[in-house]
Write a protein that binds this ligand. Sequence first.
Ligand SMILES: Cc1cc2nc3c(=O)[nH]c(=O)nc-3n(C[C@H](O)[C@H](O)[C@H](O)COP(=O)(O)OP(=O)(O)OC[C@H]3O[C@@H](n4cnc5c(N)ncnc54)[C@H](O)[C@@H]3O)c2cc1C
Length: 580
Amino acid sequence: MQTETFHIGIVGFGPKGLYSFERLLAYLNHFKVETQVNIHLFNESSSFVAGWVYHKDQPEYLLMNYPNQFISLQPTSKPSAVCEVLSFSEWLSEKQKESIKELDPKVSSRKTVGAYLSFYFEKFCNCLPNNVSVYKHIASVEDIKQKGDDFKLKTSTNVKLPLLNSIVITTGHTPSIRSKEEFFNAPNNIPFVYPIEKKLSVVNPQSTAILKGIGLTAIDAILGLTEGKNGKFKQKSNNEYSYLKSGNEPKIIYPYSRSGIPIIPRGENALNYEQTSFFLKDFIASQNFKPHSLDFETDVLPIIKQDIVGEFYNTLFQLHNVSYRQYEDFNGLNIRIEKFHKEHPEIEKFEAENLLAPTLALNVASFKNVYEFWTFWCLENEKAKSPYVAAASAWRYLSKEFNLLYSQQKLTKKSKQLFQTKYFGLFNKISYGPPLVNIKKMLALIEANILDFSFSESPTISKNTISNSNQSSIYDWLIDARLPRGFSNSKSVLFNSENSAKLFTTTKFSNTTHELHCTATGHPISKDGEPLKSIVLYGTPTENILFDNDTLSRTHNDTVSGWAKNIANNLSVTTQLISS
Ligand SMILES: Cc1cc2nc3c(=O)[nH]c(=O)nc-3n(C[C@H](O)[C@H](O)[C@H](O)COP(=O)(O)OP(=O)(O)OC[C@H]3O[C@@H](n4cnc5c(N)ncnc54)[C@H](O)[C@@H]3O)c2cc1C
């Protein structure tokens, strides 16, 4: 026997929209729900599942920033998916006839990952339970109005929709990108670089381009301005690259940022490391901290630095066959560090600042300028084991523990904001860098005198001039090669429209960005201070309380599995009650 139809909306259908869809199907199947369930998928472009990050039409040179072996759509907990799902390497192996072992450490293009996600979306749609129907809407959702327990959506196409009983919001970066302010409001500014080929097509040959940001997006943009304009990277015998100009690229590109410190690359050998230092873990386990009681810089950062130092020396000791115990306190480690350096005076002492603020430690480990900085990191990454790479990996392990402090609101409000504005980006730059090949391409562009870091640290920008205390240059194009976080309250379409503004509460995070209030399980907090249990946020919209959502990971900050389970469980109970 059937109850009336249950309507669910998934707003924003990138990778996390797909994960929500997959879990929903799996739980409906698992609980043998008989109610008719209609799932409405909303995406503002036709690129369902791949979104714009994994779009099928982007160039092949835009790469993932980690190897194939970490990409998988396979659910990590029960129930199983409604059909068999292969990991990315397994799926590629069937297509390319290469072994999984060969494919695992390789880095793929983002469009290939998009093809993988799209393949499984189609497959899930082909094995829907009989009582489930799917409706795809190519439309931007612009407003959400609460009507009793249900929700009415307004879309850009004004499609007629039923009232929705429950909604997942997985809109990714898009709202903030839409609302990004333009510098100087001038025609030679490119405020956002994606889609790369389209946005950078206006940059004329032999022009001077200045690029704001020296992170992952900047590398994409630099490749778009060179390889994307028919320049060729040639691999030399020693695994390095040279660059053959096409004449269509800019004459010179000046990247810059506040610190001037570029991103650190990650090579295949980064897979050889595992966590060996646990000071932050012990610190968190040792006490029951009160909410808003920890200052990030004075209470937490010193422990993070201890782990960075711990990872460095544990690897260095291994390389010198010095026995060590992993679980000693930091004083014990320090005593051994002193002893080690007395025995090995030729080895430079390492401090966490070498990694966090390398310009302050000029000449330590050759961090002299960007070329030497990147050459140094390429060489270290090519070693089977490097203490420097171990130290740079530390945040990848620590971020999981740190997420506990963050989501349980243990940081003071002020220091949480400082973490977001200053340290979040810094740690990402150190631990989540691009694949080695991209940095080798950057080195080739420096050698070809196209990429120039003369203005890299906090230059002064005026309408057509970039300058610092030593020099200045006229520029033709100002390209903002960064990804904004949060969303602008004044311009966001979805969260700030007439009715949505009555539903969601926000915190002003900076002059232009705001974050939504929500619970650690992703439910937005409404004006009356209560969580809206029928809506769940997943990914970027949860950044006020869950951090590090910029990932394809299925496990990290998964707010939808619990939501899908509750819906299916409740529907199965209703079905049983009605049939008995
Ligand atoms: C350039 C770039 C490279 C990256 N590389 C990696 C990487 O190598 N590895 C990694 O793990 N992560 C990477 N990321 C992080 C990336 O955010 C995640 O991998 C993933 O894309 C997050 O998925 P999502 O579904 O949350 O968001 P998105 O991928 O942003 O998808 C959101 C979707 O919602 C749609 N949408 C937004 N607003 C609305 C609306 N109002 N109505 C309807 N539809 C809407 C958008 O059009 C989009 O299709 C990268 C991110 C960027 C920007």
